[in-house]
Design a protein around this ligand. Structure first.
Ligand SMILES: *Cc1c(COP(=O)(O)O)cnc(C)c1O
Length: 367
């Protein structure tokens, strides 16, 4: 196994807090591809790459934070973990809990959990409870449960989650040789924008005093602007107040009161970046560009960052030639129904042909 990627804790141990390295619980997360996207470069006049986080073991970036959170919990001898989830956190927590031999409890909001994610949590044996309320209600309940009972919270308010997720920034710099000019991503509970900003800062030698790896040399000479994008029906940071009934087809970012709200604003302001809203139509159009022109299939929420750079390009707000990395956060198979509709909403079904070469060639327009 000399050449196999070892998971983010083994790969970046010196830049992570020592307590996550004592009992490592890993499924080989991280080491995801950074793919150049000429179709997006052509549309924006920039040089665009996508960081394909759907290639993680459970199909989303959540695995980076889950290996650290579950390893830390295992190191403390925890027997059970709990999370509130729009889907991907539960899929990830359930898989890593299996690996650690722990019980995993999952609180999912009423309605609208993508089938792929639900099936993962169930397959991995999580104790799944659908709560009469939205994601924000689930998170409040999960926090209280962890406060009063012997179970550890593994949502992104758990600082070990942020530590693991910051390694996505390290990988981008390692692949490009320095930080990009701009890093774009979707924003839901705002843990990931917080984590990436922390990672970029630490790699540029700008980490807060006392952070892990402080004594190591800087790898990057600079930090990128952080561009975050919320769904228009769930854009509390853009609106400046919580949204009581967030609505969007991008279920992974259907969050009305982000736990890391202030940290996301700091990432935006300290980096000279932006946090903007994109509509569901823009998200679905970007989803389509990614699948049909870039070759990368993502779940709708993951397309918000691409929708954001396309929208800013239309407004002339993408600097010519800028190097941009867009983190696409989760796999398309998590929530595949969106690929099976045309933009006007009708179902896409295969053309039926008889099993002879002539009719097949005919249907393909070959002659
Ligand atoms: C969790 C998640 C997000 C949102 O990330 P936050 O850290 O909550 O801002 C975006 N996309 C996908 C696919 C996710 O699973």
């Amino acid at each position: 196994m000399a050449h196999q990627w070892r998971g983010i804790i083994a790969e970046y141990a010196e830049r992570l807090p020592a307590h996550v390295t004592e009992r490592i619980v890993t499924l080989g997360e991280g080491g995801t591809p950074l793919v150049e996207a000429p179709a997006l470069s052509a549309r924006t006049g920039a040089q665009v790459f996508v960081k394909v986080e759907g290639m993680n073991p459970t199909g989303s970036f959540k695995d980076r934070g889950m290996t650290t959170a579950i390893s830390a919990a295992a190191g403390r001898g925890a027997q059970a973990v709990v999370c509130a989830s729009t889907g991907n956190t539960s899929a990830s927590a359930a898989a890593y809990a299996v690996r650690a031999g722990m019980t995993c409890a999952v609180l999912v909001p009423d309605g609208k959990i993508a089938m792929g994610k639900l099936s993962q949590a169930i397959a991995h044996g999580a104790r799944l409870l659908q709560v009469d309320g939205n994601f924000d209600d689930c998170l409040v309940a999960a926090r209280k449960l962890a406060d009063s009972y012997p179970v550890e919270l593994v949502n992104s308010v758990n600082p070990d989650r942020i530590e693991g997720q910051k390694t996505g920034a390290f990988e981008i710099v390692d692949a490009l040789g320095d930080a990009p000019d701009i890093h774009a991503l979707p924003v839901g509970n705002a843990g990931n924008i917080t984590a990436y900003w922390k990672g970029f800062r630490e790699y540029a030698g700008q980490g807060a005093p006392g952070h892990a790896g402080e004594d190591l040399p800087a790898v990057a000479t600079r930090v990128p602007q952080m561009w975050g994008f919320q769904a228009a029906g769930a854009a509390p940071i853009v609106a400046g107040h919580p949204i009581t009934e967030p609505e969007t087809i991008a279920t992974a970012i259907r969050i009305g009161n982000p736990a890391s709200w202030e940290l996301a604003e700091s990432a935006r302001d300290d980096s000279g970046g932006v946090i903007e809203a994109v509509t569901d139509e823009q998200i679905l159009a970007a989803h389509r560009v990614l699948s049909s022109e870039v070759g990368v299939f993502v779940e709708p929420a993951s397309a918000a960052g691409v929708a954001g750079i396309l929208s800013r390009a239309e407004r002339g707000l993408v600097p010519a030639g800028a190097r941009i990395v867009v983190t696409v956060t989760g796999h398309g198979l998590k929530d595949p129904q969106w690929a099976l509709r045309t933009l006007d909403g009708s179902e896409v079904t295969p053309t039926r042909v008889s099993a002879d070469v002539v009719s097949i060639a005919d249907a393909l327009g070959l002659d």
